[in-house]
Design a protein around this ligand. Structure first.
Ligand code: SF4
Length: 456
């Protein structure tokens, strides 16, 4: 009998010349999200106005919060003569209206295509734009990078500009990447359980999932305080779960010798054990009882729920490195990952995914797709005969065609409510995911049965 890999290889050859329904959003979207995680941070997109509108709309429908993003609003003239004058005007207007502490400027496709050099343009405008917000320029061509890479580039650029050791503080930093506001809050809860301070950067848990206001704020309260970002340079340890294969701490390690560990976000028991062991070792504190109790509840859920999940075939499609953390979690809870896909080409992705599930036993017909689009995923899903899909809302149509329930994770989630409060990481996130996965399987079984079971 042919393995899934052989069957799919025999299908129509991959179209390398085009993406159909890409499973990636644009790079400046990720950058705008990262800048929302800095206290007093504001985003300006250098390019055409439609990009800011699309990105605002997209972020709002995931987070259900107002999102202001400025634009240097290119016109036909700007495309011919360059965007410096528009950029200067935009910066002046933003200062007047928002008075941000940090202004992140990300390029869009148009600015990149006409060859705008943001750093050089800003240097030429230095005298004209003296004072005011610290400016963080970042190049984010969306035809090269996706939202996760744009997020990482912006977070890295902000950290490299702001961080400066003064020897007065040695915090622990968690750089969680593009996770949910609930995940960001949980990072702080973990540190609080140890009784230790932590810097979470970028932290948009309040700016994109805060409460109603008594009075209007031009910029929403919240975000990582600038002082804390500065102190990341002298961190005792940085835990980096951000997108690129090597993380975003390279310059900090090079300039200041800041120690850092890069990994996928820890999800479930094994990965969270590793993270908390390292965290506890940095502080010299054993795991607190509250976290032991969370671990015990998760283990108990595994015992209660394994009969529903054991051996089910699962497809996992979302951003790297969340996808790596999720695949390891799936293997831990007895699911068989048979299709794993992520959007942008990630070097060594196949080997990384296989290594992440090696301890749970290899899956013979595992198919790993990097640089995938939904057209390609559809074809593979059909052959993979999956019982369950885990991914973003963008995977819904493919999951529906395959007749498999979809457990929504990551970004974007546009067809359900409460995306900001989905917890993925740690024991607590593992438990929330586990409950959702088991219930999705039970619901599917219940709805496709002729019997009207109400007791399963
Ligand atoms: S033109 Fe480029 S930067 Fe603008 S919205 Fe489209 S993909 Fe994003």
């Amino acid at each position: 009998m042919k393995t899934l890999a052989e069957k799919t290889r025999a299908r129509e050859p991959r179209r390398d010349w085009a993406q159909v329904n890409p499973c990636v959003c644009c790079a400046p979207l990720g950058a705008a999200l990262a800048f929302k995680g800095i206290e007093g941070g504001m985003s300006l997109l250098h390019g055409s106005q439609g990009c800011a509108t699309y990105i605002r709309r997209y972020l709002i429908s995931h987070f259900r919060e107002p999102v202001d993003i400025a634009s240097s609003s290119f016109s036909e003239d700007t495309v011919v003569f360059g965007g410096a004058a528009n950029l200067a005007q935009a910066i002046r207007s933003i200062r007047k209206t928002y008075n941000p502490a940090v202004l992140g400027i990300a390029t869009t496709c148009l600015a990149e295509t006409i060859g705008e050099d943001l750093v050089m343009t800003l240097a030429a405008l230095r005298d004209e734009l003296q004072g005011g917000a610290i400016i963080v320029p970042v190049s984010t061509p969306a035809y090269r990078d996706g939202h996760a890479t744009g997020f990482a580039a912006a977070a890295e650029a902000a950290m490299n500009i702001l961080a400066k050791p003064d020897g007065s503080a040695s915090p622990v930093g968690i750089l969680p990447g593009m996770v949910s506001p609930e995940d960001l809050r949980y990072c702080k809860d973990i540190a609080a359980a140890f009784g230790q301070p932590v810097t979470v950067f970028p932290d948009y848990s309040a700016t994109l999932d805060g409460g109603p206001w008594d009075r209007y704020h031009a910029l929403p309260p919240g975000g990582t305080p600038r002082r804390e970002v500065e102190n990341l340079a002298s961190a005792r340890m940085l835990f980096d779960w951000t997108a690129p294969a090597e993380g975003i701490c390279g310059r900090l390690i090079e300039r200041f010798g800041t120690p850092a560990i890069h990994s996928a976000p820890p999800i479930g028991i094994a990965a969270t054990d590793e993270f908390l062991d390292r965290l506890g070792a940095v502080w010299g504190i054993p795991m607190p009882e509250a976290l032991h109790n969370e671990r015990a509840r998760l283990l108990d859920a595994y015992v209660d729920g394994h009969k529903y999940l054991s051996g089910l075939r699962v497809a996992v499609c979302c951003d790297e490195p969340l996808v790596t953390g999720l695949v390891r979690f799936c293997a831990e809870i007895g699911l068989a990952p048979v299709l794993v896909a992520t959007a942008r080409g990630v070097p060594g992705f196949d080997a990384k995914i296989r290594a992440s599930i090696a301890e749970a036993g290899a899956v013979d017909d595992l198919q790993v797709l990097s640089d995938a689009d939904f057209d390609e995923i559809d074809g593979h899903l059909e052959a993979a005969k999956v019982d369950l899909c885990i991914g973003t809302s963008k995977l819904y149509k493919s999951a529906r065609k395959a007749g498999a329930p979809l457990v929504r994770v990551g970004f974007p989630i546009h067809d359900r409510f409460g995306a900001a409060r989905i917890l993925h990481i740690g024991y607590r996130g593992g438990l929330q995911l586990y409950d959702r996965i088991v219930n999705a399987v039970i619901e599917k079984k219940q709805e496709s049965s002729n019997e009207q079971w109400s007791y399963l």
